[in-house]
Design a protein around this ligand. Structure first.
Ligand code: SAH
Length: 378
């Protein structure tokens, strides 16, 4: 499938079939495709000149034909007190997104025990696993009222190469390599992955098959694009599914997430109910708690009714504040009361620790903020 945008001659984003077609087109033997593939996805080179396995003449010819690697350029890097790194990644057309590195990252699995207990890998380092939060679009069209990315509006979709390229750029910068290093991916950065479905899924396959991150270590979050949830369920290679719930009834959800008009809670939860889960897999529901808006015990009780019979867990996220967001963060006690209602009803519920709030790297704070480089936010 052609996923490039106009004037993009990036090698990143090409799968095995695409690369075979490319080498054939320029009259080179088939094994050259494998060499390019290793160089871009395993060695993660940043220029064609670095592909030392190719003869100089071929490298030159690729360059002359307008090809480049297409690794996003790390324009800026903000480092949080908690070790989180927010990258500003620039693409060839000058557009940029953010990608977040979280050592011992909260990949949405925090607290459920599935990632805990193993050690040994990564010994001698400050972390033994890390999560990369990846963006899928420049800006976002979904317009959730509590999210900073919404304020950017929708600029454009990312290509498969730009999505996978963010991961390659971070791995290169951090000098780590999956599968030896335990890397989780969460597609929870800027944008709505299910509104850029084909490019997103191609990136997933490249990351799983070429870069070496098992799809069981990936999670994608959707605001609730119901038809794509159905499509996603039948993908042979797919990440785990998270759904941004954020409200316990339709009135509230439509107010907070206008897309609820198109796909309301009934259709959303119906899609979750029929979603073909794998052995021991659960759907994650994310719930951003907004002080005095959706954080009452009554809301938690509504969720219990809504999710009855769905094999799931709930991740509770106290609002990460930001300029232009007219909601406030609930007190810790309010959040744990809410959690208690869910837990007592038998729904596993976890409180997500915010990562990199001081550098605007936490959930809902990705807005290409460059002004706060020196001044930590509250
Ligand atoms: N568009 C997708 C992927 C982004 S994931 C989606 O909506 O799921 C980002 C997660 O952060 C979502 O679960 C969203 O509900 C949450 N979020 C958005 N703004 C937030 C904020 N200000 N504070 C905390 N969480 C927020």
């Amino acid at each position: 499938m052609q996923t490039k945008h106009a004037a993009d001659n990036s090698l990143l984003g090409l799968d095995r079939g695409d690369l075979l077609a490319l080498v054939q087109e320029i009259g080179e033997p088939e094994y050259r495709a494998q060499q390019i593939q290793d160089a871009i996805y395993r060695k993660r080179v940043s220029s064609i000149d670095e592909i030392s396995t190719l003869p100089a003449q071929m490298r030159q010819r690729l360059g002359e034909s307008g090809y480049s690697i297409g690794l996003p350029n790390i324009q800026k890097k903000f480092i949080s007190q908690d070790g989180t790194v927010r990258y500003l990644m620039e693409f060839s057309d000058g557009q940029s997104v953010e990608t977040v590195w979280m050592p011992e990252g909260d990949g949405g699995e925090a607290g459920d025990g599935t990632e805990a207990g193993e050690s040994g890998e990564g010994a001698g380092r400050a972390w033994d696993r890390a999560t990369i939060c990846v963006s899928s679009q420049v800006g976002c069209a979904v317009d959730c009222q509590f999210c900073l990315t919404a304020l950017l509006g929708m600029k454009r979709n990312l290509t498969a190469g730009e999505i996978a390229g963010q991961v390659c750029a971070v791995l290169r910068d951090q000098s780590v390599s999956p599968p030896e290093d335990r890397i989780n991916l969460v597609f929870m950065g800027m944008g709505e992955p299910f509104l850029n479905y084909d490019n997103f899924m191609k990136a997933v396959r490249l990351l799983a098959e070429e870069v070496g991150v098992a799809s069981s270590r990936m999670t994608v979050s959707t605001a609730g694009i119901v038809p794509r949830i159905h499509d996603f369920g039948s993908e042979p290679i797919r990440p785990k599914l998270a759904i941004s719930l954020n409200a316990s009834n339709d009135d509230l959800r439509t107010r907070l997430m206008p897309l609820n008009r198109k796909w309301n809670l009934e259709t959303l939860i119906a899609a979750a109910r029929v979603f073909p889960l794998r052995n021991r897999e659960r759907i994650t529901f994310e719930y951003v708690l907004l002080n005095g808006v959706n954080d009452a015990r009554g809301n938690a009780e509504e969720i219990v009714n809504l999710l009855r019979g769905v094999r799931c867990k709930v991740n509770l996220i106290a609002l990460n504040p930001g300029p232009g967001i007219n909601f406030s963060t609930p007190e810790a006690g309010q959040v744990s009361d809410f959690q208690e209602v869910l837990m007592k009803a038998g729904i596993p519920a976890f409180i997500r620790r915010p990562r990199g709030r001081d550098i605007f790297a936490a959930c809902g704070q990705l807005k290409r903020t460059v002004e706060i480089a020196t001044e930590p936010a509250p």
